[in-house]
Design a protein around this ligand. Sequence first.
Ligand code: FA5
Length: 354
Amino acid sequence: MSKEERVKNVNDEIINKLDKVNSLKELNDLKVEYLGKKGKVTELSSLMKDLDNDEKKKYGKLLNELKTNINTKFDTIKQNLELEEINKKLEEEKIDVTLPSTTINVGTLHPVTRVINEIEDLFLSMGYDIAEGPEVETDEYCFEKLNLPKDHPARDMQDSFYINAERLLRTQTSAVQARVMDANKEKSAIRIICPGKVYRREEDATHSHQFTQMEGLIVDKNISLADLKGTLEVFMRKLFGKDRQIRLRPSYFPFTEPSFEVDISCYKCNGEGCSLCKDTGWIEILGAGVVHPNVLRNCGYDPDIYTGFAFGLGIERVAMLKYGINDVRMLFSNDLRLLNEVNRIEGGDLDETK
Ligand code: FA5
Protein backbone atom coordinates (compact mmCIF):
# COMPACT_ATOMS: atom_id res chain seq x y z
CA MET A 1 0.00 0.00 0.00
CA SER A 2 1.33 3.42 -0.95
CA LYS A 3 1.94 6.12 1.63
CA GLU A 4 -0.91 8.18 0.19
CA GLU A 5 -3.29 5.27 0.56
CA ARG A 6 -2.18 4.77 4.15
CA VAL A 7 -2.89 8.43 4.86
CA LYS A 8 -6.35 8.12 3.30
CA ASN A 9 -7.07 4.95 5.27
CA VAL A 10 -6.11 6.56 8.56
CA ASN A 11 -8.29 9.56 7.68
CA ASP A 12 -11.30 7.36 6.84
CA GLU A 13 -10.76 5.23 9.90
CA ILE A 14 -10.63 8.13 12.25
CA ILE A 15 -13.67 9.84 10.73
CA ASN A 16 -15.57 6.64 11.07
CA LYS A 17 -14.62 6.28 14.73
CA LEU A 18 -15.30 9.94 15.50
CA ASP A 19 -18.86 9.51 14.30
CA LYS A 20 -19.44 6.98 17.08
CA VAL A 21 -17.84 8.93 19.93
CA ASN A 22 -20.27 9.54 22.82
CA SER A 23 -18.22 11.09 25.58
CA LEU A 24 -15.28 13.39 26.19
CA LYS A 25 -13.37 10.42 27.58
CA GLU A 26 -13.82 8.39 24.39
CA LEU A 27 -12.76 11.43 22.38
CA ASN A 28 -9.65 11.86 24.44
CA ASP A 29 -8.74 8.15 24.10
CA LEU A 30 -9.11 8.46 20.35
CA LYS A 31 -6.90 11.50 20.29
CA VAL A 32 -4.17 9.58 22.10
CA GLU A 33 -4.63 6.61 19.73
CA TYR A 34 -4.06 8.71 16.62
CA LEU A 35 -2.21 11.86 17.60
CA GLY A 36 -0.32 10.65 20.70
CA LYS A 37 3.42 9.88 20.77
CA LYS A 38 2.90 6.36 19.49
CA GLY A 39 -0.30 7.25 17.59
CA LYS A 40 -1.09 6.24 14.01
CA VAL A 41 -0.63 9.74 12.58
CA THR A 42 2.69 10.08 14.35
CA GLU A 43 3.66 6.75 12.84
CA LEU A 44 2.88 8.10 9.36
CA SER A 45 5.14 11.10 9.99
CA SER A 46 8.05 8.78 10.69
CA LEU A 47 7.98 7.69 7.03
CA MET A 48 9.27 11.18 6.06
CA LYS A 49 12.82 10.40 6.96
CA ASP A 50 13.30 7.98 3.99
CA LEU A 51 11.96 10.39 1.35
CA ASP A 52 13.85 12.72 -0.99
CA ASN A 53 13.17 16.44 -0.88
CA ASP A 54 10.44 16.57 -3.53
CA GLU A 55 8.53 13.70 -2.06
CA LYS A 56 9.02 15.09 1.44
CA LYS A 57 7.28 18.29 0.31
CA LYS A 58 4.31 16.47 -1.22
CA TYR A 59 3.97 13.97 1.58
CA GLY A 60 4.43 16.60 4.23
CA LYS A 61 1.62 18.66 2.70
CA LEU A 62 -0.63 15.60 2.72
CA LEU A 63 0.17 14.87 6.35
CA ASN A 64 -0.47 18.48 7.34
CA GLU A 65 -3.87 18.38 5.67
CA LEU A 66 -4.64 15.16 7.49
CA LYS A 67 -3.64 16.67 10.84
CA THR A 68 -5.60 19.89 10.26
CA ASN A 69 -8.62 17.92 9.19
CA ILE A 70 -8.47 15.62 12.20
CA ASN A 71 -7.84 18.46 14.68
CA THR A 72 -10.75 20.48 13.34
CA LYS A 73 -13.04 17.47 13.68
CA PHE A 74 -11.79 16.80 17.21
CA ASP A 75 -12.43 20.42 18.22
CA THR A 76 -15.93 20.49 16.79
CA ILE A 77 -16.91 17.23 18.43
CA LYS A 78 -15.36 18.35 21.73
CA GLN A 79 -17.39 21.56 21.70
CA ASN A 80 -20.60 19.66 20.99
CA LEU A 81 -19.96 17.13 23.71
CA GLU A 82 -19.18 19.85 26.25
CA LEU A 83 -22.39 21.67 25.39
CA GLU A 84 -24.35 18.45 25.74
CA GLU A 85 -22.79 17.85 29.14
CA ILE A 86 -23.68 21.35 30.37
CA ASN A 87 -27.26 20.99 29.16
CA LYS A 88 -27.57 17.63 30.85
CA LYS A 89 -26.26 19.08 34.10
CA LEU A 90 -28.65 22.02 33.91
CA GLU A 91 -31.53 19.66 33.30
CA GLU A 92 -30.55 17.49 36.28
CA GLU A 93 -30.06 20.46 38.64
CA LYS A 94 -33.32 22.16 37.81
CA ILE A 95 -34.90 23.60 40.99
CA ASP A 96 -38.38 22.46 41.79
CA VAL A 97 -40.01 25.67 43.01
CA THR A 98 -43.11 23.79 44.12
CA LEU A 99 -41.24 21.94 46.89
CA PRO A 100 -42.08 23.17 50.44
CA SER A 101 -39.37 25.50 51.81
CA THR A 102 -37.22 24.71 54.85
CA THR A 103 -37.95 26.76 57.98
CA ILE A 104 -35.57 29.67 58.52
CA ASN A 105 -34.61 30.21 62.16
CA VAL A 106 -35.12 33.79 63.24
CA GLY A 107 -33.38 35.13 66.33
CA THR A 108 -35.06 36.85 69.24
CA LEU A 109 -33.91 39.59 71.58
CA HIS A 110 -31.80 38.48 74.53
CA PRO A 111 -33.57 38.95 77.91
CA VAL A 112 -30.87 41.42 79.02
CA THR A 113 -31.44 43.48 75.86
CA ARG A 114 -35.20 43.38 76.43
CA VAL A 115 -34.84 44.77 79.97
CA ILE A 116 -32.39 47.47 78.81
CA ASN A 117 -34.78 48.50 76.00
CA GLU A 118 -37.72 48.66 78.37
CA ILE A 119 -35.86 50.85 80.88
CA GLU A 120 -34.45 53.09 78.15
CA ASP A 121 -37.93 53.62 76.65
CA LEU A 122 -39.31 54.66 80.03
CA PHE A 123 -36.52 57.10 80.91
CA LEU A 124 -36.32 58.60 77.42
CA SER A 125 -40.05 59.33 77.74
CA MET A 126 -39.29 61.17 81.00
CA GLY A 127 -36.71 63.39 79.31
CA TYR A 128 -33.52 61.55 80.28
CA ASP A 129 -30.56 61.12 77.91
CA ILE A 130 -28.55 57.94 77.49
CA ALA A 131 -24.84 58.23 78.34
CA GLU A 132 -22.08 55.70 77.91
CA GLY A 133 -18.52 55.38 79.14
CA PRO A 134 -15.52 53.10 78.62
CA GLU A 135 -15.43 49.58 80.02
CA VAL A 136 -11.69 49.89 80.63
CA GLU A 137 -11.89 52.70 83.16
CA THR A 138 -9.44 54.71 85.19
CA ASP A 139 -9.22 54.29 88.96
CA GLU A 140 -9.99 58.00 89.14
CA TYR A 141 -13.44 57.77 87.52
CA CYS A 142 -14.37 54.34 88.85
CA PHE A 143 -13.51 55.21 92.46
CA GLU A 144 -11.68 58.42 93.36
CA LYS A 145 -14.14 60.94 91.88
CA LEU A 146 -16.89 58.92 93.52
CA ASN A 147 -15.55 59.65 97.01
CA LEU A 148 -13.55 56.40 97.22
CA PRO A 149 -9.92 57.41 97.65
CA LYS A 150 -7.23 54.76 97.20
CA ASP A 151 -7.20 53.53 100.80
CA HIS A 152 -11.00 53.58 101.30
CA PRO A 153 -12.24 50.34 102.95
CA ALA A 154 -15.41 50.32 100.80
CA ARG A 155 -13.24 49.37 97.82
CA ASP A 156 -13.30 45.86 99.29
CA MET A 157 -16.99 45.65 98.35
CA GLN A 158 -16.05 45.39 94.67
CA ASP A 159 -13.33 42.85 93.86
CA SER A 160 -11.81 44.35 90.71
CA PHE A 161 -9.87 43.30 87.61
CA TYR A 162 -6.96 45.75 87.44
CA ILE A 163 -5.01 46.17 84.21
CA ASN A 164 -2.34 48.28 85.88
CA ALA A 165 -2.26 50.48 88.98
CA GLU A 166 -4.38 53.14 87.27
CA ARG A 167 -6.67 51.17 84.96
CA LEU A 168 -9.26 48.49 85.57
CA LEU A 169 -12.37 46.91 84.07
CA ARG A 170 -15.05 49.17 85.54
CA THR A 171 -16.90 47.61 88.45
CA GLN A 172 -19.91 49.92 88.27
CA THR A 173 -21.61 52.23 85.78
CA SER A 174 -21.38 54.93 88.47
CA ALA A 175 -18.09 55.80 86.73
CA VAL A 176 -20.19 57.29 83.90
CA GLN A 177 -21.87 59.66 86.39
CA ALA A 178 -18.50 61.16 87.21
CA ARG A 179 -17.47 61.36 83.55
CA VAL A 180 -20.67 63.15 82.50
CA MET A 181 -20.54 65.63 85.39
CA ASP A 182 -16.86 66.31 84.73
CA ALA A 183 -17.38 66.79 80.98
CA ASN A 184 -20.26 69.23 81.46
CA LYS A 185 -18.31 72.49 81.24
CA GLU A 186 -21.32 74.75 81.93
CA LYS A 187 -22.02 72.75 85.08
CA SER A 188 -25.69 72.76 84.17
CA ALA A 189 -28.44 70.28 85.09
CA ILE A 190 -27.98 66.62 84.15
CA ARG A 191 -30.55 63.89 83.62
CA ILE A 192 -29.09 60.64 82.34
CA ILE A 193 -29.27 56.88 82.44
CA CYS A 194 -26.15 54.83 81.71
CA PRO A 195 -26.50 51.21 80.65
CA GLY A 196 -23.38 49.08 80.29
CA LYS A 197 -21.27 46.07 81.10
CA VAL A 198 -19.34 45.96 84.35
CA TYR A 199 -16.88 43.42 85.79
CA ARG A 200 -16.14 42.01 89.23
CA ARG A 201 -14.22 38.99 90.48
CA GLU A 202 -17.30 37.04 91.56
CA GLU A 203 -18.99 33.86 90.41
CA ASP A 204 -22.03 32.02 91.79
CA ALA A 205 -25.73 31.55 90.98
CA THR A 206 -26.49 35.24 91.50
CA HIS A 207 -23.07 36.75 90.72
CA SER A 208 -21.36 36.75 87.36
CA HIS A 209 -17.86 38.09 86.60
CA GLN A 210 -19.43 40.16 83.84
CA PHE A 211 -22.86 41.70 84.26
CA THR A 212 -24.88 44.71 83.18
CA GLN A 213 -25.89 47.72 85.21
CA MET A 214 -28.19 50.63 84.59
CA GLU A 215 -27.21 53.83 86.33
CA GLY A 216 -29.50 56.82 86.72
CA LEU A 217 -28.40 60.36 87.66
CA ILE A 218 -30.14 63.66 88.11
CA VAL A 219 -28.27 66.80 89.10
CA ASP A 220 -30.29 69.99 89.35
CA LYS A 221 -31.41 72.66 91.78
CA ASN A 222 -33.81 71.58 94.56
CA ILE A 223 -33.65 67.84 93.91
CA SER A 224 -34.77 65.94 97.00
CA LEU A 225 -35.22 62.44 98.30
CA ALA A 226 -38.94 62.73 97.43
CA ASP A 227 -37.97 63.07 93.73
CA LEU A 228 -35.87 59.92 94.01
CA LYS A 229 -38.70 57.98 95.64
CA GLY A 230 -41.30 59.14 93.08
CA THR A 231 -39.02 58.30 90.16
CA LEU A 232 -38.23 54.84 91.52
CA GLU A 233 -41.92 54.14 92.09
CA VAL A 234 -42.71 54.90 88.44
CA PHE A 235 -39.66 52.88 87.38
CA MET A 236 -40.51 49.77 89.42
CA ARG A 237 -44.19 49.83 88.48
CA LYS A 238 -43.20 49.90 84.81
CA LEU A 239 -40.92 46.88 85.27
CA PHE A 240 -42.94 44.81 87.72
CA GLY A 241 -46.57 45.90 87.50
CA LYS A 242 -48.70 48.84 88.62
CA ASP A 243 -49.48 47.49 92.12
CA ARG A 244 -45.85 47.45 93.25
CA GLN A 245 -44.94 49.28 96.45
CA ILE A 246 -41.37 50.33 97.12
CA ARG A 247 -39.47 50.49 100.37
CA LEU A 248 -36.22 52.36 101.05
CA ARG A 249 -33.91 50.72 103.58
CA PRO A 250 -30.93 52.72 104.86
CA SER A 251 -27.67 51.44 103.41
CA TYR A 252 -24.21 52.65 102.55
CA PHE A 253 -22.60 53.75 99.29
CA PRO A 254 -19.63 56.14 99.43
CA PHE A 255 -21.02 58.27 96.59
CA THR A 256 -24.49 58.91 98.03
CA GLU A 257 -25.65 60.30 101.38
CA PRO A 258 -28.17 59.20 102.53
CA SER A 259 -27.96 55.84 100.74
CA PHE A 260 -30.61 53.16 100.37
CA GLU A 261 -31.29 49.65 99.27
CA VAL A 262 -34.59 49.73 97.45
CA ASP A 263 -37.03 46.81 97.78
CA ILE A 264 -40.20 46.17 95.80
CA SER A 265 -43.24 44.39 97.23
CA CYS A 266 -43.13 40.81 95.96
CA TYR A 267 -45.02 40.56 92.66
CA LYS A 268 -45.60 36.85 93.10
CA CYS A 269 -47.39 36.87 96.47
CA ASN A 270 -48.24 40.59 96.55
CA GLY A 271 -46.40 41.02 99.84
CA GLU A 272 -47.96 38.03 101.61
CA GLY A 273 -44.70 36.05 101.79
CA CYS A 274 -43.58 33.24 99.45
CA SER A 275 -40.47 31.33 98.37
CA LEU A 276 -39.43 34.03 95.89
CA CYS A 277 -39.31 36.78 98.54
CA LYS A 278 -38.12 34.33 101.23
CA ASP A 279 -41.33 34.99 103.20
CA THR A 280 -40.48 38.67 103.69
CA GLY A 281 -42.95 40.09 101.16
CA TRP A 282 -40.13 42.22 99.70
CA ILE A 283 -37.48 41.76 97.00
CA GLU A 284 -34.24 43.76 97.02
CA ILE A 285 -33.79 45.39 93.65
CA LEU A 286 -31.37 48.32 93.54
CA GLY A 287 -29.08 50.75 95.30
CA ALA A 288 -29.77 54.47 95.35
CA GLY A 289 -29.25 57.70 97.23
CA VAL A 290 -28.75 61.44 97.23
CA VAL A 291 -25.52 62.39 95.45
CA HIS A 292 -22.76 62.96 98.02
CA PRO A 293 -21.54 66.60 98.16
CA ASN A 294 -17.94 65.36 97.73
CA VAL A 295 -18.85 63.75 94.39
CA LEU A 296 -20.45 66.98 93.16
CA ARG A 297 -17.41 68.92 94.31
CA ASN A 298 -14.95 66.43 92.74
CA CYS A 299 -16.72 66.91 89.40
CA GLY A 300 -16.83 70.72 89.55
CA TYR A 301 -20.39 71.25 90.85
CA ASP A 302 -21.16 73.51 93.81
CA PRO A 303 -23.11 71.37 96.34
CA ASP A 304 -24.60 74.51 97.84
CA ILE A 305 -26.38 75.17 94.53
CA TYR A 306 -26.87 71.72 93.09
CA THR A 307 -28.21 68.50 94.55
CA GLY A 308 -29.05 65.23 92.87
CA PHE A 309 -30.00 61.62 93.17
CA ALA A 310 -28.55 58.49 91.66
CA PHE A 311 -29.48 54.85 91.45
CA GLY A 312 -27.94 51.70 90.01
CA LEU A 313 -29.46 48.31 89.36
CA GLY A 314 -28.32 45.00 87.94
CA ILE A 315 -30.06 44.19 84.66
CA GLU A 316 -29.49 40.43 84.95
CA ARG A 317 -31.19 40.38 88.35
CA VAL A 318 -34.22 42.13 86.88
CA ALA A 319 -34.28 39.67 83.95
CA MET A 320 -34.02 36.74 86.40
CA LEU A 321 -36.97 38.02 88.42
CA LYS A 322 -39.10 38.87 85.39
CA TYR A 323 -38.56 35.57 83.61
CA GLY A 324 -38.11 33.19 86.56
CA ILE A 325 -34.44 32.38 85.85
CA ASN A 326 -32.64 31.00 88.90
CA ASP A 327 -28.99 31.08 87.81
CA VAL A 328 -27.43 34.23 86.35
CA ARG A 329 -24.97 32.12 84.32
CA MET A 330 -27.86 30.76 82.24
CA LEU A 331 -28.13 34.21 80.68
CA PHE A 332 -24.67 33.77 79.16
CA SER A 333 -24.90 30.11 78.14
CA ASN A 334 -26.60 30.61 74.74
CA ASP A 335 -29.26 28.02 75.53
CA LEU A 336 -32.00 28.42 72.91
CA ARG A 337 -34.60 26.91 75.27
CA LEU A 338 -34.18 29.89 77.60
CA LEU A 339 -34.37 32.42 74.77
CA ASN A 340 -37.48 30.73 73.32
CA GLU A 341 -39.17 30.69 76.72
CA VAL A 342 -38.52 34.41 77.27
CA ASN A 343 -39.80 35.10 73.76
CA ARG A 344 -42.94 33.11 74.55
CA ILE A 345 -43.53 35.02 77.82
CA GLU A 346 -43.17 38.30 75.95
CA GLY A 347 -45.77 37.20 73.40
CA GLY A 348 -43.32 36.21 70.68
CA ASP A 349 -42.80 39.60 69.03
CA LEU A 350 -40.27 37.81 66.84
CA ASP A 351 -40.65 34.35 65.27
CA GLU A 352 -39.69 31.56 67.61
CA THR A 353 -36.50 29.72 66.82
CA LYS A 354 -37.56 26.16 66.14
C1 FA5 B 1 -23.42 49.50 92.89
O1 FA5 B 1 -22.75 48.99 92.01
C2 FA5 B 1 -23.69 50.98 92.95
N1 FA5 B 1 -22.87 51.63 91.97
C3 FA5 B 1 -25.17 51.25 92.71
C4 FA5 B 1 -25.54 52.65 93.03
C5 FA5 B 1 -25.57 53.59 92.03
C6 FA5 B 1 -25.87 53.04 94.37
C7 FA5 B 1 -25.90 54.93 92.31
C8 FA5 B 1 -26.21 54.36 94.65
C9 FA5 B 1 -26.21 55.27 93.63
P1 FA5 B 1 -24.02 47.23 93.99
O2 FA5 B 1 -22.65 46.74 94.18
O3 FA5 B 1 -25.02 46.88 95.04
O4 FA5 B 1 -24.08 48.78 93.78
O5 FA5 B 1 -24.55 46.67 92.58
C10 FA5 B 1 -25.77 47.10 92.03
C11 FA5 B 1 -26.57 45.91 91.52
O6 FA5 B 1 -25.77 45.18 90.57
C12 FA5 B 1 -26.93 44.89 92.56
O7 FA5 B 1 -28.12 45.27 93.19
C13 FA5 B 1 -27.11 43.65 91.74
O8 FA5 B 1 -28.41 43.65 91.17
C14 FA5 B 1 -26.12 43.82 90.64
N2 FA5 B 1 -24.91 43.02 90.84
C15 FA5 B 1 -23.88 43.26 91.68
N3 FA5 B 1 -22.92 42.32 91.54
C16 FA5 B 1 -23.35 41.47 90.59
C17 FA5 B 1 -22.79 40.31 89.96
N4 FA5 B 1 -21.59 39.85 90.26
N5 FA5 B 1 -23.52 39.66 89.02
C18 FA5 B 1 -24.73 40.13 88.67
N6 FA5 B 1 -25.31 41.24 89.18
C19 FA5 B 1 -24.63 41.90 90.15
